[in-house]
Design a protein around this ligand. Structure first.
Ligand code: MLC
Ligand code: AMP
Length: 509
């Protein structure tokens, strides 16, 4: 077991006496607003060709919080927030946190059914959304919902006292897919979010002189919990881009003098072949995560002078493990537990289990799922969260993610629950049985492949047929990219599909 009682392995290269521990528990919003109030004229966010200063951002979040309060929202209310990355989106997020509201970030590519599930599950009081048709859709689910754009275009009013949340107050509910069933909401408190952002600020030496190129979506932990919260906490600045385009990323880095870039492996895969890829070597830090970074891709970047730092995290925990800032960034490994994180491997299954101030306390209104996600310590220590990932730790303390106990497909950094896709595809009239599995893909890490048994007398539907059929019911990243016709699905004696056999069949391709 690795603990933080002594300087953790990632700290061995720190100058003598440097801090390696997290500060006392507090709130993300308190720590960030304190930073923003200092030197209000410094640039904070670059969007649409212009900079917003710290002072302007504070003022805009305070005014938006006032409008939300005037609309009747009170601390603890859930607010669904969704839009392409923009200044308004960042302001809406922070305004909600300042008022003590619980942000529910949602992927704008979700279909009506996927959105309906989240609304029914967490019962938001309001939605701040920037997607065509969503306002009507949401009001159709609940006509009492307060619906506005992320500019919180509601009536003006007095701003009540802000930033009063306690560390244990819920701040974000992040919906995450499991093996089966609909996505569950992971409830992260102010203290969880603070610890998650603080740990990477410490480990990556993130300071107020840093400038991040941030093109990751703000509805997942990578873009939101690390990219945006880290920027606010470190007092740095960020160039916010709505979506990923290699040219725009490289131009933004050069034109705005960025020092850091964070991306999923698919982004690195697309950047490595770009003529300007070596420009990334000018940055102080390039971080990859959300899915395994293939060692060959790591090596290709090393060849052009870019030492990519890989780290590992989850919606439920923000960040967990990172390669060292100083010291060897080992290809294929995710490095050492971050400050505050205790990590152990289950001795019989090798499952990675973690605990620490960044780890969430449970799923929204799912006591059974929550109970199943934790293992009691046995002593009087905090329970361990079961990540569902398998791992190993080598003699130098480097952690490697070796596989997954959970049945999940991760494509381009987005999680896909195979059960959810099976259920939709099974309703196709020419499909008798279907099961999806993740096939290795250079670009996507894994891609969704459907194994289909056709209804007797029917031709097997093509992959395009399946995609067309499922398009209105599943977000585009969940749609199959290949179809394999089979006579029967491999099943165990209880009739459960043996998905690992499907994956193995794909590896032999
Ligand atoms: C888009 N598509 C995808 C996809 N993203 N298909 C499979 N997997 C994905 N991840 C679909 C599009 O809808 C489109 O479908 C088609 O693929 C081609 O789109 P594209 O233009 O090539 O894709 P693009 O828009 O460029 O998106 C690719 C991407 C994006 C890599 C930029 O997927 C992305 O931003 N991923 C980041 C995910 C992320 O932030 N994960 C963090 C999770 S937090 P069609 O049907 O229209 O052709 C977490 C914790 C941690 O995991 O450790 O960080
Ligand atoms: P999410 O639920 O979207 O937060 O995805 C979290 C999952 O992404 C983890 O449980 C891992 O399976 C996976 N993951 C994140 N980072 C890495 C990484 N660097 N290497 C391997 N898997 C990763």
């Amino acid at each position: 077991m690795v603990s933080t009682a002594a300087p953790p392995p990632w700290a061995v290269h720190l100058p003598e006496g440097a801090a390696f521990d997290l500060p006392a528990p507090g709130t993300l919003v308190g720590a960030c607003t304190e930073r923003l109030a200092d030197e209000p004229d410094r640039p904070l966010l670059h969007t649409d060709g212009a900079w917003t200063t710290r002072g302007e951002f504070l003022e805009q979040t305070s005014a938006a919080a006032g409008r939300l309060a005037t609309a009747g929202l009170v601390a603890g209310d859930r607010v669904l927030v969704s839009g392409p990355s923009s200044l308004d989106l960042a302001v809406a997020h922070v305004a909600c946190l300042r008022l003590g509201l619980v942000v529910v970030p949602v992927n704008g590519a979700y279909t009506g059914g996927e959105l309906a599930h989240i609304v029914a599950d967490c019962r938001p009081a309001a939605a701040l959304v920037d997607h065509d048709g969503w306002a009507d859709l949401l009001l159709g689910f609940d006509d009492g919902l307060i619906v506005a754009t992320t500019a919180a275009d509601l009536a003006d009013g007095t701003t009540p006292p802000l930033d009063g949340s306690a560390p244990e107050d819920p701040a974000v509910i992040g919906y995450t897919s499991g093996t089966t069933g609909a996505p569950k909401g992971a409830v992260l408190t102010q203290a969880n979010l603070l610890a998650g952002a603080e740990s990477v600020c410490l480990a990556w030496r993130w300071t107020d002189v840093d400038r991040l190129l941030l093109c990751l979506p703000l509805f997942h932990m990578h873009g939101l919990g690390v990219g945006l919260h880290g920027t606010l906490l470190a007092g740095g600045s960020a160039v916010l881009q709505p979506g990923f385009a290699p040219d725009r990323v490289l131009d933004g880095i050069a034109e705005q003098g960025c020092s850091m870039f964070f991306g999923v492996p698919t982004m690195y895969h697309r950047l490595v072949d770009h003529d300007g890829a070596a420009e990334l070597g000018r940055l102080r830090l390039c971080v990859a995560g959300s899915a395994p970074l293939p060692p060959a891709l790591h090596a290709r970047f090393a060849d052009i002078g870019v030492s990519v730092l890989e780290r590992y995290g989850m919606t439920e925990t923000v960040m967990l493990v990172s390669n060292p800032y100083e010291g060897e960034r080992r290809a294929g490994s995710v490095g050492f537990p971050l400050p505050g994180v205790d990590l152990r491997l289950d001795p019989s299954t090798s499952e990675v289990q973690v605990r620490g101030p960044n780890v969430f306390s449970g799923y929204w209104e799912r006591p059974d799922a929550t109970a199943g996600a934790f293992v009691a310590d046995g002593g009087d220590g905090a329970a361990w969260f079961r990540t569902g990932d398998l791992g190993s730790v080598d003699d130098d303390g480097y952690v490697t993610i070796t596989g997954r106990a959970k049945e999940l497909i991760i494509t381009g950094g987005f999680n896909v629950s195979p059960g959810e896709v099976d259920e939709v595809l099974a309703a196709h009239p020419a499909v008798a049985e279907v099961a999806v599995a993740g096939a290795p893909s250079e670009e996507w890490g894994e891609e969704v492949v459907a194994f289909v048994v056709a209804v007797d007398g029917h031709a097997c539907p093509t992959v395009d047929d399946l995609r067309e059929f499922a398009r209105g019911r599943l977000a585009p990243h969940k749609l199959p990219r290949r179809m394999v016709p089979v006579d029967a699905l491999p099943r165990n004696s209880l009739g459960k599909v043996l998905r690992h056999e499907l994956r193995e069949a794909l590896r032999d391709d």
